[in-house]
Design a protein around this ligand. Structure first.
Ligand SMILES: C[S@@+](CC[C@H](N)C(=O)[O-])C[C@H]1O[C@@H](n2cnc3c(N)ncnc32)[C@H](O)[C@@H]1O
Length: 536
C-alpha cells in the first residue's frame, strides 16, 4: 500500500503527463450557486466581492471567467499538478489579473489559517482521489467556509455508475500490463469493442453496458484516461455522500442543477411513483429514491454549515423563480419539411434544440434573446412580453404566463439566471468590445498544447471557428472602434487583398465593398453575441 504522499505524487505526475483542458462549468460558478441556493431558501454572499476557493482547479479555467467578470472579488485555486498551475499562472500574468492566486500544492495541506471563503468549489475531484483526500475536502468545506458560505462538490454516483464500474474493470484488466500511457489507453479502448460489438445477446446487462460504452465513446481520449483509467474512481450512493458531509459538519442544500431534483422533470410516471414511495421521507432519502428511478451517475451537490439546516427547503421553490434575473438566447430555425406549422424550432446559445407551440414560451424566448447576454428581472420580462403582443390578458394573467414559461424553460435547463445583476449587466460603451481576456485565450488556443478552454462570462464554453476575414477583424473589436470603423477596416483589407472574403474568394482591387464588409461584420457580431463573448 502506498503512503498518502506517494499517492499524491503519482496523481500529480499523471496529471502533469496527460494533457488536461481546464474548462469553465456554468453550474459551478459562484453566481449560479448563489441564485440556485436562493431557490432552496438560503441566503448567500453577493458575488461582486466574494472570496472563492477552488480545490483541484487544474489550470484555473473555471475561475478565470469569475475573476475577469468581478475584479473586486478574489479567488484562490489549488492543484497538485505544478504543470497545470504554471499554465494558469502564465495566463494570470499575461492578462495582468490581480484577483486570482493559483497555487501548486496538495489540498490536504490547507488548514484553518488558509482563510474563509464564501464559495468553495470542488468539481471533478472527489471521486478521483484517495479516501484521506476526500476527508480533507469535506473538512475544508467545513473549516474554511464562511458562515453564509456555499460548498459545491461534484462526484460520480450509483446506481448510474454500476455499469460504468464493469466497463472500467474490464478496461483496467486489459491495460494493466501496458508500459506507457498511450499503450494503456489503446488497450483500454480495444476492450470497448468487446463490450459493445462483442456482447452476447444473452448477457442480461447488455443494454446498460452498451449505454455506458456509447456514452464513453462520445468523449475525448483525455476524458477516457481521466474518468476511467485513474488509480482512483470511487462512485458512491448519494446517501453515502450526504452522510459523510453531515459527519463533517455540513448540511445538504441541493443540486447545483436544481431542476434535476424535481421528479416531474422526468415525466409523469416518475413523478407519481416517486411521490408515493417518498412521501413524508427526509429530503436526502427522497433524492436517493429519485436517483434509483433515473439511474443517476453524477451529482453536483451544494452544502452549507449544519447550523443552517433548518433554513433549507426540501426542493427548489419555483415561486422564487420570480426573484431571479433571466438570460437566454434562441435563434429560430426552419420548420422541418412536413413539420407542424405552429411549432417553432429554435437553437439555444449552446447550440441545443428547443421546439415549442406555446405562445408564452415563444414570447419569453424572444424577449430574452433581445436582451442577451444581459439579464432581465421578472418585472421587465413581463413588460417586454406584453409589448410583443403575443400573449393577452391583464397584468396578473401575464405574470402567470411568464412564470409558467420560465418554469418550463428552467426544467429544460435552457436559461441562465442570477440573483442580482448578471455578469453582463451594467453600462457598456457604444463601440463593440470582446469580453476581457477572450482575445488572448483565442490566440493562445491555437497552440494544441494550451491547457485552458475558452469561455464566456456565464462560464459556458466559447469555441469559435473563424474564417480569415473574421479572424482579421476580431482583435479590433476592443471597444475603441465603432461599427463604421470596423467596417472600413475590413473593406480596406478585402480591397487590398490582405484577407479573403468569408466565402474564400479574393476581392483584391474591387470597389464598392462596403455592403459586403458590412454583411460579414454583422454575421460575425451575431456569432459573437450568441456565444456570449461580446461584452454587452
Ligand atoms: C479530473 S481533474 C478535475 C480538474 C477540474 N476541477 C475540472 O473539473 O476540470 C482532478 C484534479 O484534481 C487534482 N488533485 C488531485 N488530488 C489533489 C490534491 N490532493 N490536492 C490538490 N489537487 C488535487 C488533480 O491534479 C487534477 O487537476
Amino acid at each position: 500500500m502506498n503512503s498518502p504522499d506517494t499517492t499524491n505524487q503519482q496523481i500529480a505526475e499523471h496529471y502533469d503527463r496527460t494533457q488536461y483542458t481546464s474548462n469553465a462549468f456554468f453550474y459551478s460558478s459562484p453566481g449560479h450557486l448563489r441564485a440556485t441556493a436562493h431557490l432552496y431558501g438560503v441566503e448567500t454572499a453577493p458575488v461582486e466581492r466574494a472570496r472563492v476557493l477552488e480545490l483541484g482547479c487544474a489550470a484555473g479555467g473555471n475561475l478565470l471567467p469569475f475573476v475577469l467578470a468581478y475584479p473586486e472579488a478574489h479567488a484562490i485555486g489549488v492543484d497538485l499538478s505544478p504543470l497545470q498551475i504554471q499554465q494558469g499562472q502564465k495566463i494570470v500574468q499575461d492578462l495582468g489579473i490581480k484577483n486570482l492566486d493559483l497555487r501548486a500544492m496538495s489540498l490536504t495541506d490547507i488548514d484553518k489559517g488558509f482563510g474563509e471563503f464564501d464559495y468553495i468549489i470542488v468539481h471533478g475531484v472527489f471521486s478521483w482521489v484517495p479516501p484521506e483526500v476526500r476527508q480533507a475536502i469535506l473538512r475544508i468545506c467545513r473549516e474554511n467556509l464562511a458562515p453564509k458560505g456555499i460548498a459545491y462538490i461534484s462526484y460520480n454516483t450509483y446506481p448510474g455508475w454500476k455499469a460504468g464500474d464493469i466497463v472500467r474493470d474490464a478496461m483496467l484488466l486489459h491495460s494493466h500490463s501496458a508500459s506507457s500511457d498511450e499503450d494503456k489507453l489503446a488497450s483500454a479502448k480495444a476492450m470497448l469493442t468487446l463490450l459493445s460489438e462483442g456482447l452476447s445477446a444473452a448477457n442480461p446487462l447488455a443494454p446498460s453496458l452498451r449505454g455506458a460504452v456509447a456514452q464513453l465513446q462520445k468523449h475525448s481520449d483525455y476524458y477516457v484516461a481521466h474518468e476511467y483509467l485513474e488509480t482512483f474512481n470511487s462512485p458512491c450512493y448519494f446517501l453515502e455522500f450526504a452522510d459523510a458531509a453531515q459527519q463533517a459538519g455540513l448540511a445538504y442544500l441541493g443540486d447545483a442543477e436544481s431542476h434535476s431534483e424535481i421528479s416531474a422533470t422526468y415525466g409523469q410516471n416518475v413523478q407519481l411513483n416517486h411521490s408515493l414511495i417518498a412521501m413524508g421521507q427526509p429530503k436526502v432519502l427522497r433524492q436517493q429514491y429519485l436517483d434509483f428511478a433515473i439511474g443517476r451517475n453524477f451529482r453536483k451537490s451544494m452544502a452549507v454549515h449544519q447550523e443552517r439546516e433548518a433554513e433549507v427547503a426540501i426542493g427548489p421553490d419555483l415561486e422564487r423563480l420570480r426573484d431571479l434575473r433571466w438570460a437566454g438566447f434562441f435563434t429560430r430555425g426552419e420548420t422541418p419539411e412536413g413539420g407542424p406549422a405552429d411549432r417553432h424550432f429554435y437553437t439555444n446559445h449552446k447550440g441545443g434544440p428547443l421546439n415549442t407551440t406555446e405562445t408564452r414560451i415563444i414570447a419569453v424566448a424572444k424577449a430574452l434573446s433581445d436582451a442577451w447576454p444581459a439579464t432581465l428581472p421578472f418585472g421587465d420580462l413581463v413588460s417586454k412580453v406584453r409589448a410583443l403582443g403575443l400573449v393577452e390578458g391583464d397584468e396578473s394573467v401575464l405574470e402567470q404566463e411568464v412564470q409558467k414559461a420560465l418554469e418550463t424553460l428552467f426544467k429544460l435547463n435552457q436559461l441562465r439566471f442570477s440573483l442580482g445583476d448578471g455578469p453582463y449587466d451594467g453600462s457598456h460603451g457604444d463601440a463593440p468590445a470582446l469580453i476581457p481576456g477572450f482575445m488572448h485565450l483565442h490566440e493562445a488556443s491555437k497552440d494544441p498544447a494550451f491547457g485552458v478552454g475558452r469561455f464566456n462570462l456565464w462560464h459556458d464554453g466559447a469555441k469559435l471557428q473563424l474564417k480569415d476575414a473574421e479572424a482579421f477583424i476580431l482583435p479590433h473589436i476592443d471597444g475603441t472602434n465603432t461599427l463604421a470603423q470596423l467596417r472600413t477596416r475590413l473593406r480596406d483589407a478585402l480591397q487590398q487583398g490582405k484577407v479573403a472574403a468569408t466565402d474564400g474568394k479574393m476581392l483584391t482591387g474591387q470597389r464598392n465593398l462596403d455592403a459586403k464588409a458590412q454583411e460579414m461584420l454583422s454575421k460575425l457580431l451575431d456569432l459573437l453575441k450568441r456565444t456570449g463573448v461580446l461584452a454587452g
